[in-house]
Each structure stands twice: as C-alpha cells, then as structure tokens.
Write a protein that binds this ligand. Structure first.
Ligand code: URA
Length: 433
C-alpha cells in the first residue's frame, strides 16, 4: 500500500505521518489501524519509519500512548497466570552493562512465595541479553511452550524463558525497524514497547528497573524519571501494580560483563557472596516485587543466606534441561589492562566496558549472529577502590584474539584515576510509584 488511499484501507498512512509531523493528535481509530495494518504488512516499513521519527520529535499524548500500547497488545495473545496457586511478579530492566540481576532475582523471589514469569530476550548491541547469559549453561533451553512455562511456574516457582512470538508481534516488527532508523531512544516508543509485552504477559505485579547513565538508554536522571513515570502510568492504567526504581548505570554492575562470567557471578550471589552492588540491587528489586505482589512478609536476605534461593535456581535450570553443576565455558585467550598510575579509581565507564565486551564476542551486531559464551570483561576494581600502577584493572576474555585490539580501543578513555575518592552513592537513585 502506498500513501494515497487506493485500497479498501480506511486511512492513508501519509495523512497520519503528516498529522503527527505537524504535532497533531492521532485519533483512536487511526492509532488502532496503523498498528494493526503495519503488523499485517499493509503499511510499508518506510512509512512506519517516518511515523516513528515524527513521534520522536512530537511525542504522543498520554491518551494516544495508552491507545498505541493497547493496539500493540491487541496484535497478539495475552497470557493468564490467574490459575496459579501463588501471586506473580515480574521485573523488567531497560538494559545495562553487567546487568545479570534477573538470574539471582527470579529464584530469590520465588523462594519468598511469589511466582516469577520472566519472559526475556537476547542482547543486541552493547547490552547483554538474559537468554544469552543462561545459554552459557550446558544444555539449558530457552524456548518453552506456554503450557511448559505454566507448569514450571507452578512446580518450581520461577521461569526465565524466551518471550514467544505471540506476545505483541507489532512490537517485534517495530523494534527491529526502530533499531535501524534511529528511533530506539524515544520515550513513548520505549514505554509502549516494554509495557505492551509486560501487560500481554499477564503478570500480576511489575517492577521496572530503569537504568540511568552512560551504559543505559537514558543518560540523565530527568530522562529516566520521565520514562519511569510514563511506564508506571501505563501499567497502573492497565490495572497492573507497577513500581519503578531508577538505578545507576554509569559503571558496570558487579565485576563482570559477558555471558558465562555473569552466570558465575550470579551463582556467587545465590551462594551468599557476590559483589555488594549486585546483592544490593537484587535485594532492593526483590523487596519491591514482593511488596507489589502483596507478600512483603518474607525477607529475601534470609533466603539468600539459608540456601533456599539457590535450591530454586538449581531446580529452575534443571527444569530447562541445564546442568547447574556443569563447568561453565571459559574463553581460550585473555589479556589484562593495568592501571597506569597510583591513586583512586574515580570512574569506570559502563558504555566503554559494554562495547569492549561486545567486541570481544559477548554480544552480537545482528540478530542472527552467534555469541561467545566465554567472552567478556572481568573487573578487578570498582570506582572508589585504591589502585597501584601496574595493577590489573580489567581482564579481557575471548576465543578470537584478533578482537583484543578493537576491544582495547573502546577502553582508551574508560577509566580515570585521581587523588580523591568519588562520593559514594547507592545503586538505587530514585523510586517512582
Ligand atoms: N526494551 C524494549 O523491549 N523495548 C525498547 O524499546 C527498549 C528496550
């Protein structure tokens, strides 16, 4: 179909593009139609791309955004967890570097009596994907049918699996288009993309982890607040108990970025250890999920300490054919980046580490690319730590040593060492309800 109204379609896309470009509000009928028609390939990619760009400049009103999100949900199926014997809660992160929190969090919340249906994706660009991380575990299977997912939620209490193509298929098409047309970092498009999938998924409560900083979509607290408020409003408007935490992504979370490296760190957290920032954020999100699901009587810290979260992790991995005790893959080659002077590490940039891990093979440039399970970056110091000249700061891991040079280029200005310690802040910067 072209811009002119030559078919039996009720609207001409070009009229909608022009209206939005001029800052006009689209009608409910126009929004419903354009999303539905795009999903059945009756709106050309270049037309949707122009509309997305017009939205990037003009935005959507709250009513338009709600309608846009509902229209995306209506293109696919809706899951229903109401038959489960316990409440459900899910967490969604807007994506960051070293963000492995889903791995310890899902079994931890399940250990506290709330079922966690975590429908996840693979990574694209410098942010890792939860499924890529879990696929580092020998035998682990990401694809489950809806019936298998429900059965595992009832028997184990937690499931992390691939979001099927049935949920908001409009988003799957639109996200791929946004990725190549400079329209990813647009608040109404991010909010409708995330919330259409989460509302369609049918979780009873939702906690959003909105990342702020160099390694995140939202670089400033003000932008992140706007995104969080937009998503919380959409969730609550749909009757979904929704809360958002704004969390720091100026430096990587924990001490690793890369698939098997992050699984190893997650297991350390489940064993009662792990880096303090990963433990802090896991517990903060667990408490929010339990509160949103109406079960704040259990203390998640106890469930990390007494091993019950670890038991659920092992059951969850086994249920998806993984071996929780198998050795994790390691990269064949490593190179170390050392500190060039004595002092305090004042910053270690999340984006630079994420790009380096990606270039080492931990991430993919195109959807169909494979990832290396063992590739990534290991951190030996965090901002605030004292370092000595020559001391290892980072270890780079890959199977393909020709990647080291490009990875090291990404790290040229990745860190600063100064005389004074930076002001310490917690990982959680703000909360939006
Ligand atoms: N994650 C999503 O699912 N959609 C976006 O638009 C951005 C992050």
């Amino acid at each position: 179909m072209t811009g002119s109204q030559t078919s039996h379609e009720p609207y001409a896309v070009v009229d909608l593009i022009n209206a939005k470009r001029r800052g006009q509000r689209l009608t409910d009928g126009e929004v419903d139609w354009v999303i539905e028609a795009y999903t059945r390939d009756a709106v050309a990619e270049e037309q949707m791309s122009a509309l997305a760009m017009a939205i990037a400049f003009q935005g959507l009103t709250p009513d338009e955004l709600r309608r846009w999100t509902d229209a995306m949900i209506a293109t696919g199926e809706r899951l229903d967890f109401s038959g489960l014997s316990r409440p459900t809660a899910d967490k969604h992160s807007t994506g960051g570097v070293g963000d492995k929190i889903t791995l310890p969090l899902a079994p931890l919340v399940a250990a506290c009596g709330v079922a966690v249906p975590q429908l996840s994706g693979r990574g694209l660009g410098h942010t890792g994907g939860t499924l890529d991380k879990l696929e580092a575990i020998p035998g682990w299977r990401a694809e489950l049918s809806n019936a298998e997912m429900l059965a595992q939620l009832e028997s184990v209490g937690a499931v992390i699996c691939a979001a099927g193509t049935g949920l908001a298929p409009a988003d799957q098409k639109l996200y791929a288009l946004r990725d190549v047309t400079g329209t990813v970092e647009v608040i109404p498009l991010i909010a409708s993309s995330i919330m259409s999938k989460k509302i369609a998924e049918g979780t009873g409560a939702l906690v959003l982890d909105v990342k702020v900083g160099s390694g995140a979509f939202m670089k400033t607290l003000a932008e992140a607040q706007e995104l969080a408020e937009t998503m919380v409003r959409l969730g609550q408007g749909a009757g979904l108990s929704t809360v958002a935490l704004l969390t720091d992504m100026s430096t990587p979370l924990g001490l690793s970025a890369g698939n098997a490296l992050e699984v190893r760190e997650s297991v350390e957290v489940l064993a009662g250890g792990g880096p303090p920032d990963v433990v802090e954020l896991t517990l903060a999100l667990a408490r929010e999920m339990l509160g949103a699901a109406g079960r704040d009587d259990a203390d998640p810290a106890d469930k990390l300490a007494d091993g019950s979260a670890m038991d659920i992790w092992q059951a969850m991995i086994r249920a998806q054919h993984g071996d929780p005790h198998a050795d994790l893959p390691t990269a064949k080659e490593t190179e170390v980046v050392t500190a060039d002077t004595d002092g305090v590490l004042t910053s270690l940039d999340a984006l630079a580490v994420g790009v380096a891990a990606w270039r080492l093979g931990a991430g993919r440039a195109r959807k169909e690319d494979p990832v290396q399970a063992g590739a990534g970056v290991e951190l030996h110091a965090k901002p605030g730590d004292h370092v000595r000249a020559g001391q290892p700061l980072l270890t780079l891991h890959t199977n393909t040593p020709e990647r080291f040079a490009r990875a090291k280029q990404a790290l040229v200005r990745a860190y600063e060492i100064g005389p004074n310690a930076p002001e310490r802040t917690g990982v959680v910067l703000d909360r939006v309800t």
